[in-house]
Design a protein around this ligand. Structure first.
Ligand code: COA
Length: 323
């Protein structure tokens, strides 16, 4: 028998304010048509004044706990993937812990930018497989609107705010690829690519800074590395792309999503796409897509999912899981 980390609940939260592309036409030399055709994005949500990443994360977590039908004190750990924590410290995860009324266990943030949720799943899987935890709340939450340079049309139209959450629970499997739960993980980073995507501020500069990106360079790395990591993860689980029911990709750009699916020889009808409604919500995009995909009736129990992401670092990776 093999201990598997199985998804038993999922939920998400999006801030109330929806910003359509057309809103940027008033302040920037851009058009709805340019944003739509180059990125696939039609609208995104922005957090309200005073609404922090931990607030979005808490609401997504509450939805996932409700979906799983469990109380917070039955959870052993909270792992929160974010690059936009409310404060330098404490971690946003401990703020969520307090907000949920969790009086036991432990909580920490994972920072791997847009690959954050994949890294968080890898951590949760390791804690469950090793027997240290039985139940983990894994959240991706971001307020990238706070690190946008609103005068830079090549970045500020691409990102949005939001949060998604999963409950992962230890269950015994047969140790085969027919098991439910996380079946394999493939992680990478290469710090030599720092200048392609970074924030030009932080503690040692005593500023928050703004996101800076060489979009076309990131694009090139994305298509090549995402298909490779997804295939490597499938290989580790003794599976191939023909076994996959759904790709749940990081939602950065529809052209990256299409390019990756094509390289994997899978049709777009097997890809969960939410980028048109959310923009790029960094570490939140994958759990948001999982939650919306389940709500739409796309993702069902027993389906084989491969989820992949790349972001600043560069950091990238993939997880194969049976829902
Ligand atoms: N509106 C209108 N024109 C814009 C624009 C906007 N919002 N943003 C950039 N442009 C212009 C550029 O200034 C450039 O003009 P120039 O040729 O006069 O210099 C032109 O559009 C082409 O820019 P380029 O960056 O080559 O376009 P692109 O086809 O690569 O698309 C991105 C730009 C950013 C949409 C695309 O590169 C991308 O999505 N990259 C990946 C980004 C990403 O997903 N990052 C996150 C990964 S986690």
């Amino acid at each position: 028998m093999t201990r598997r980390a199985v998804v038993t609940g999922v939920g998400h939260y999006l801030p109330e304010r929806v910003v359509p592309n057309a809103e940027f036409e008033a302040t920037l030399d851009t058009t709805d048509e340019w944003i739509r055709s180059r990125s696939g994005i039609e609208r995104r949500h922005f957090a309200a004044e005073g609404e922090g990443t931990s607030d979005l994360a808490t609401k997504a977590a509450q939805a996932a706990l409700k979906d799983a039908g469990i109380e917070i004190d039955s959870v052993d750990a909270i792992i929160l993937a974010t690059s936009t924590a409310d404060l330098t410290f404490p971690s946003a995860a401990t703020m969520v812990q307090a907000a949920l009324g969790m009086t036991r266990g432990f909580a920490f943030d994972v920072q791997a930018v847009c690959a954050g949720f994949v890294y968080a799943l890898a951590n949760a899987n390791a804690l469950i497989a090793s027997g240290q935890c039985d139940r983990i709340l894994v959240i991706g939450a971001e307020t990238f609107s706070r690190i946008m340079d609103w005068t830079d049309r090549s970045t500020c139209v691409l990102f949005g705010d939001g949060a998604g959450a999963l409950i992962l629970e230890a269950k015994e499997g047969q140790g085969t690829s027919d098991d439910r739960g996380i079946l394999s993980v493939d992680l990478h980073s290469d710090g030599r690519y720092r200048d392609l995507l970074y924030v030009d501020g932080g503690v040692s500069t005593k500023t928050t800074g703004y996101l800076r990106m060489q979009g076309n360079q990131v694009f090139r790395h994305a298509v090549e590395k995402l298909a490779a990591t997804a295939e490597a993860a499938l290989d580790k689980a003794s599976l191939t792309s023909s076994d996959v029911d759904w790709i749940v990709p990081h939602q950065a750009n529809i052209r990256i999503i299409q390019g990756t699916a094509k390289k994997m020889a899978l049709p777009m009808s097997q890809v969960v796409v939410t980028v048109q409604d959310h923009g790029n919500t960094s570490a939140a995009s994958i759990p948001l897509a999982m939650s919306v995909g389940k709500q739409r009736g796309q993702i069902k129990e027993g389906d084989l999912l491969v989820t992949e992401a790349i972001g600043g670092g560069l950091a990238w990776g993939a997880v194969v899981l049976r829902w």
